[in-house]
Design a protein around this ligand. Structure first.
Ligand code: SAH
Length: 690
């Protein structure tokens, strides 16, 4: 059987449906899954084990048999913990077939075949009774169905169903309860991921300001959670406006209601400021007394030094629908509304009068300006990056003339407006027609800045551009950031080069292309933590989970050539072990060549450390002496700590084996590489040898 997978073609910018082997989906699922990260989460595993032991003891003390229901068993880990703790029988439910198969093997290998029954079903399909999947209802309910937002993976409806049909009243639950915490902050950095700030342009005829449309100013944005490694956010990047407060908690040992509801807390700001952001995280108590606690609290809240890195549970950034000034000591109400799967927030001033019994439920935010649908959070951040904008302004000023005919190729870009203000007589803005969203939001933008007559939006694919679109003029300046919404890996923005090639016949003979070229850069790194997500686990809390390791490895090797994967490295500290190396150059002044671009070479390892992989990124050379980097910004000290562009994802290629050098003397001298850019597919294949 074949399945179809959606993927953007970097040579056409278009979404294509590729026929893939039926196993492709599940290999992707496993290879890119968080199972390895969970198995490496020592803190989580230990606390689950303690909580499970305590729950089994409590049931045994009551003189009952301990019958466990483990919903979402994955590798079977929590069921094996329960069986080891003395549970009489475990029903291990897993909906994802490849995982259920793995669980059967792992359970058997660890000698629990008689104690654990793996059931490959969604928990809501499980039957109870003499002929059912379960002989009887369970009296211990064990689950790990949480995501960073706690409820995003459907924990609430699953619990609701389990209490109705699968467990006894008064059952023990591990975890026993979850609590969601919030803290109100002001942060220009995080707010810049949600709103477009005015952009100042020093033009020859005075300062111009690009403003966002009013629809956007007042837009509540999208409800999708923004989850990040908040521990990488320096405290200088936000101002705390309130104490940490409990927003709501869920007791998993009692019937759970998943229906939409809201929670309201009163906050007394500890500082005056602009309330923009709600930071949120949760903790789980594994036992009723709360002595076994596993918390996602960020560094400024947690006092314990024992810090556990994890990627499967992070922290949430919620954007308030609009910025609210708050005064120190002047009470405000924060409302969290939720449906079955997500949470959103609203801040209201206290009225001072007796609370009326109004319904405080707030409708889920719906983006009205379309920009939040078009631009993701990092893209907002990138457009708000004044340094970056300044580089574009400087280089445009270098090349623009009053009679320039300018064609712009980039998605949802502000470049056409910059080009106009900086003097281009005629600006054509290319839009790829399959993004209607782009069209309407760009038009909103041009209107808000009274430029709708000045910038002509061409609704055609580059290869279909005609002279009449251009009013029979030749293009003297072709510009791009370049940025395309469908790009996943850094080099996918090379679509600009393909588009440039497609419009060649419309370019003046002395055309200026900006950026004039791009380069691919590569560096060998040691990750502080990210390596865990691709590293085998072996033995987890005494249980042999190598079957899972093999399965992940098999899925990673499913494609002959391993692929690089995108990661926002500002969230994942690493140090450089080699110097950065420019490996390929793409000359936008020329068309895309027929033959592939390849390179081979070796980089010296300069520092001791573990070579986990290579990081790759693009740099764009706007003019001969102005460049912007989408990757490395700088190596900050002699230890090799790296600073990355915070608005872009970099490509990470994990080495299949890690080389470790304790001393400089035993350093392998170099890592050899072979990198090939296939001009037909727009993809880059690579191979490294240690
Ligand atoms: N319990 C394991 C794995 C947790 S990951 C551990 O702690 O290491 C959660 C797993 O639950 C995933 O494998 C997912 O496929 C499964 N899952 C989620 N909801 C489910 C449901 N309602 N019924 C059955 N499986 C579910």
């Amino acid at each position: 059987m074949k399945t179809f997978c959606g993927r953007a073609n970097p040579t056409t910018g278009a979404m294509e449906w590729l026929e893939e082997d039926e196993n492709y989906d599940y290999h992707q699922e496993i290879a890119r899954s968080r199972y390895a990260d969970m198995l490496h989460d020592k803190d989580r595993n230990m606390k689950y084990y303690q909580g499970i032991r305590a729950a089994v003891s409590r049931v045994k003390e009551r003189g009952e048999k301990a019958i466990v229901l483990d919903i979402g068993t994955g590798t079977g880990l929590l069921s094996m913990m329960a069986a080891s703790a003395g549970a009489d029988f475990c029903y291990a439910i897993e909906v994802f077939k490849p995982m259920a198969n793995a669980a059967v093997k792992i359970v058997e290998k660890n000698g629990f075949r008689d104690k654990i029954k793996v059931i490959n079903k969604h928990s809501t399909e499980v039957t109870v009774g003499p002929d059912g999947d379960m002989q009887c209802r369970a009296n211990i309910l064990v689950t790990e169905l949480f995501d960073t937002e706690l409820i995003g993976e459907g924990a609430l409806p699953t619990y609701e169903h389990a209490h109705k049909y699968l467990v006894k009243e008064g059952c023990e639950a591990v975890p026993h309860r979850a609590t969601v915490y919030v803290q109100l902050v002001e942060s220009k950095r995080m707010w810049s991921w949600n709103k477009l700030f005015p952009i100042r342009v020093e033009a020859e005829d005075g300062e111009k300001i690009i403003v966002s449309p009013s629809e956007m100013e007042n837009c509540p944005g999208v409800p999708s959670v923004c989850d990040i490694q908040l521990n990488q956010m320096p405290s200088s990047d936000f101002a705390i406006l309130s104490d940490v407060v409990t927003m709501f908690s869920v007791d998993f040992s009692k019937p759970v209601r998943s229906a939409s509801t809201y929670y309201r807390v009163q906050l007394e700001p500890v500082k005056s400021g602009k309330a923009q952001i709600v930071l949120s995280w949760w903790d789980i108590d594994m036992d009723p007394s709360g002595t076994i606690n596993c918390t996602m609290a960020p560094y400024w809240v947690k006092s314990t030094s024992a810090f556990q890195w994890r990627d499967h549970w992070m922290q949430c950034v919620y954007f308030l629908p609009n910025e609210e000034p708050v005064l120190q000591g002047e009470k405000v109400y924060l409302t969290a509304s939720r449906d079955e799967y997500s949470v959103w927030y609203k801040l209201q001033k206290a009225s001072g009068e007796e609370e009326n019994k109004a319904d405080f439920r707030v409708e889920s935010p719906v983006c009205r300006c379309q920009a939040h649908l078009l631009w993701n959070r990092p893209r907002f951040g990138e457009l708000n990056d004044q340094n970056r904008t300044h580089q574009y302004i400087k280089s445009l000023m270098n090349v623009l003339k009053t009679d320039s005919v300018c064609l712009c190729i980039s998605d949802g870009s502000l470049l056409p407006m910059l080009a106009h203000y900086l003097g281009a007589k005629q600006v054509q803005y290319f839009l790829l027609l399959f993004f209607l969203l782009l069209l309407s939001s760009s038009i909103h933008f041009f209107k808000a800045n009274h430029l709708e007559d000045k910038i002509k939006v061409v609704e055609a694919r580059p290869e279909l551009l005609t002279s009449s679109h251009l009013e029979d003029k030749k293009i003297s300046i072709l510009v791009g950031e370049p940025f395309f919404t469908t790009s996943l890996l850094p080099w996918h923005n090379l679509y600009f080069w393909y588009a440039r090639t497609a419009v060649t016949k419309h370019l003046a003979s002395n055309v200026t292309v900006l950026p004039q070229s791009a380069s691919l850069h590569m560096m060998i790194v040691e990750f502080q933590d990210l390596w865990r997500i691709r590293s085998p686990c072996g033995i987890c809390e005494g249980f042999d989970v190598r079957t899972m390791d093999d399965m992940i490895k098999n899925s990673l090797d499913f494609r002959e050539s391993k692929e690089a994967e995108p990661h926002p490295l500002w969230e994942y500290p690493c140090k450089s072990l080699s110097d950065p190396r420019e490996v390929l150059i793409f000359d936008f002044r020329k068309t895309v060549p027929q033959q592939c671009l390849s390179t081979e070479g070796s980089v010296n390892l300069l520092r001791k450390g573990r070579s986990h992989g290579a990081v790759l990124w693009m740099e764009y050379h706007l003019t001969a002496d102005i460049s912007v980097s989408t990757g490395l910004m700088q190596i900050s000290n002699e230890k090799g700590n790296c600073e990355w562009n915070p608005h872009c994802k970099q490509a990470v290629y994990f080495f299949s084996s890690v080389i470790e050098s304790e001393t400089l003397a035993d350093l392998p001298s170099a890592v050899t590489y072979a990198i090939n850019f296939d001009t037909k597919t727009g993809e880059i294949a690579m191979d490294f040898k240690l």
